[in-house]
Design a protein around this ligand. Structure first.
Ligand SMILES: O=C(CO)[C@H](O)[C@H](O)COP(=O)(O)O
Length: 369
């Protein structure tokens, strides 16, 4: 934590990189540091003071965890109080851990959210060893269950992504609605998801009826170390991005194969781009000439001709051959006439749950970066 703080402070104050940094590491550090500013000799993340050391963070926690009336705040309220003013690398995890370790709090009964976090942290469910497919399926299920159990509450509007991992979300949600008598409405992101939701008996609602979604849960094809995503392997990226952007929080679930440090490391099928059919050749050429690589029309498997999306469009899969500034690339491609949207989800995800091979769930959170 101290080292990360110093790296950001040094690059912003004197433009100095740590010794032996490669150009790729320098690029990443510059991009990360661009979210911070220095005011009066102090480092700020937006308008929040960036805390330098774990000791300082612990002292702040001790101060903010106990309200003026002496009452100890739970995880949610402690986090809310601290996040309003401060930022440190890994603060969500630290606060969760310190509240659970607080001796005073241990004498009080845990809230359902605390019980779930404790269970996840101390007693991760184990999966049976088996063939790869079985392990991957178990990993998907673990991630889906963790996301539904931790983020979905009564009386919520929930955005539901598309793909095979999402099937576990729908099953778990239906189970909870039945057992806990929850009142939950689902906004689907594809025809496939709409059918699954309806078949299992969950309630469907459209964005034109309800503009604000409490939480959207979706899968991904790849997640990088900064929670940027490639999506659209199943071709539903446009509706998925609309739903994610209307959600107060966007939570991603994935199995361990999708965890990478940089986009393209794990996912080799390229970045999907949805295009109006008449524009697929000009868009493909424009992408190739500006960014290199190859952008090819996705062909259907059980149908002659190209894949047609739920919106009646075509898909290009752009296999890039070098690392790019993904935010800039996304904006440039989106501006090309005929492009509907791209499978680059930049700065949208708040938290990712990875179901791991060993049966644990790994969390990557925006506030922990
Ligand atoms: O973006 C998507 C669909 O457009 C999916 O979330 C992504 O392709 C992951 O799918 P799966 O859960 O089947 O691996």
């Amino acid at each position: 934590m101290e080292r990360k703080w110093e790296k950001v402070f040094n690059i912003l104050s004197v433009g100095e990189y740590p010794p032996f940094f490669t150009s790729n590491q320098k690029f990443k550090l510059r991009r990360y540091a661009s979210k911070f500013t220095i005011k009066g000799g102090e480092l700020f993340f937006g308008d929040k003071k960036a805390v330098k050391s774990r000791d300082e963070a612990r002292a702040l926690f001790n101060e903010f965890h106990v309200a003026p009336n002496g009452k100890h705040l739970g995880i949610f309220n402690s986090r809310r109080a601290l996040c309003a003013k401060f930022y440190w690398f890994g603060m969500t995890r630290d606060i969760e851990k310190w509240v659970l370790e607080c001796n005073e709090c241990k004498t009080r009964p845990l809230t359902p959210a605390q019980i779930k976090i404790k269970r996840l942290a101390q007693n991760p469910p184990k999966i049976k060893r088996g063939v790869l497919n079985k392990k991957v399926e178990e990993a998907k299920k673990l991630a889906a269950y963790a996301a539904v159990d931790y983020h979905v509450k009564d009386n919520q509007i929930v955005g539901i992504g598309s793909g095979s991992t999402i099937v576990h979300v729908i099953k778990r949600l239906a189970e909870r609605v039945r057992k806990e008598n929850l009142n939950v409405f689902c906004v689907p992101t594809s025809f496939q998801t709409r059918l699954l939701i309806q078949d299992i008996g969950l309630m469907v609602i459209d964005l034109n009826r309800h503009l604000e979604i409490d939480v959207a849960i979706d899968g991904a094809d790849e997640v990088d170390s900064e929670l940027n995503l490639i999506k659209g392997g199943c071709g539903c990226l446009t509706q998925e991005k609309i739903v994610a952007s209307c959600a107060k929080s966007f939570i991603v679930i994935a199995d361990y194969r999708k965890d990478s440090s940089a986009l393209g490391e794990q996912w080799k099928k390229g970045i999907p781009v949805e295009v109006i059919p008449m524009a697929y050749v000009p868009v493909s050429r424009a992408i190739q000439s500006q960014f290199g690589g190859s952008a090819d029309l996705r062909m259907a498997v059980s149908k002659a001709g190209p894949v047609v999306t739920d919106n009646g469009n075509f898909l290009l899969d752009w296999r890039f051959d070098q690392e790019h500034n993904w935010s800039a690339v996304n904006t440039t491609i989106k501006m090309m006439p005929g492009v509907v949207d791209t499978g680059l989800f930049i700065n949208l995800a708040e938290r990712v749950y990875f179901g791991m091979e060993d049966g644990t769930v790994k969390i990557r959170d925006k506030n922990m970066l």
